[in-house]
Write a protein that binds this ligand. Structure first.
Ligand code: TIU
Length: 232
């Protein structure tokens, strides 16, 4: 089925599509985490949760593969580049103890996904040390093994981990759609510009559409299963 998207309609094939939810972790969304340590107003991201919950529910109901990612590091920080460790002007750095545990460290409360979007058993969770979800992870292997060719990308932040992942996916031959209301930035102007960059130049990186367009298409697909199974 085609869904309304920019710069032109996006062909959504549920059997070949994964919903990838990027880094909806306490560390980015709540006070006292990595996002706050970098000097950001984490309240800017609060509006991403409810639309993502709705899209996640629709994706699960339609049987889409759902993949969650978390940015973070091993407790011994052996997978943390010095260049990344040094970065940022705040008082707390990766690995330091904060109110939600050690900043951006796996196993700590701050590293986990917010409860509203908690993964279900059976939904892969990709722990990534970088901004892009393909870098130093088994995400590509997982997607190829399941025959996925299309990615619907949600999460935070639009211009950092979402954009990096969209570009990594595009270069690997995936058809990437970034969901406009299920992504967010600490900087509203960056959010808008990051979405523009995806779909500019005839979709140089991919497509952009709101979650409602996807939810409606999935509902229509569920209502006409014969049409869906007739697709190549
Ligand atoms: N700083 C910022 O905007 N984002 C990140 O560091 N990570 C993600 O975007 N997940």
């Amino acid at each position: 089925m085609d869904i309304e998207a920019r710069p032109y309609p996006y062909r959504l094939e549920p059997d070949r599509t994964a919903l990838v939810i990027i880094d909806m972790q306490r560390d980015f969304l709540q006070p006292g985490g990595f996002g706050a340590a970098l000097g950001n107003d984490v309240g800017q991201l609060a509006g991403v949760v409810a639309p993502t919950q709705r899209l996640l529910a629709a994706a699960r109901a339609s049987g889409l593969l759902v993949v969650h990612t978390r940015e973070g590091h091993r407790p011994d920080l052996s997978d943390l580049h010095l260049a990344k460790h040094r970065r940022g002007g705040g008082s707390l750095r990766i690995g330091d103890k904060g109110p939600m545990g050690r900043i951006l460290v796996r196993g700590e409360a701050g590293h986990d996904i917010v409860p509203e979007l908690a993964p279900l058993p059976g939904e892969p969770v990709v722990d990534k040390p970088g901004k892009g979800a393909f870098y130093a992870t088994d995400l590509e292997l997982m997607l190829r093994a399941r025959g996925v060719t299309q990615l619907l990308i949600c999460g935070v932040t639009t211009e950092v981990c979402v954009n990096t992942t969209a570009r990594e996916g595009n270069d690997r031959g995936f058809e990437v759609l970034v969901v406009s209301d299920c992504t967010g930035s600490y900087f509203p102007e960056f959010h808008l510009q990051a979405l523009e960059m995806i779909q500019a130049q005839g979709g140089v990186v991919g497509w952009v559409a709101p979650s409602d367009a996807i939810i409606q298409a999935l509902a229509a697909s569920a209502a006409s299963p014969r049409q869906r199974s007739a697709q190549p």
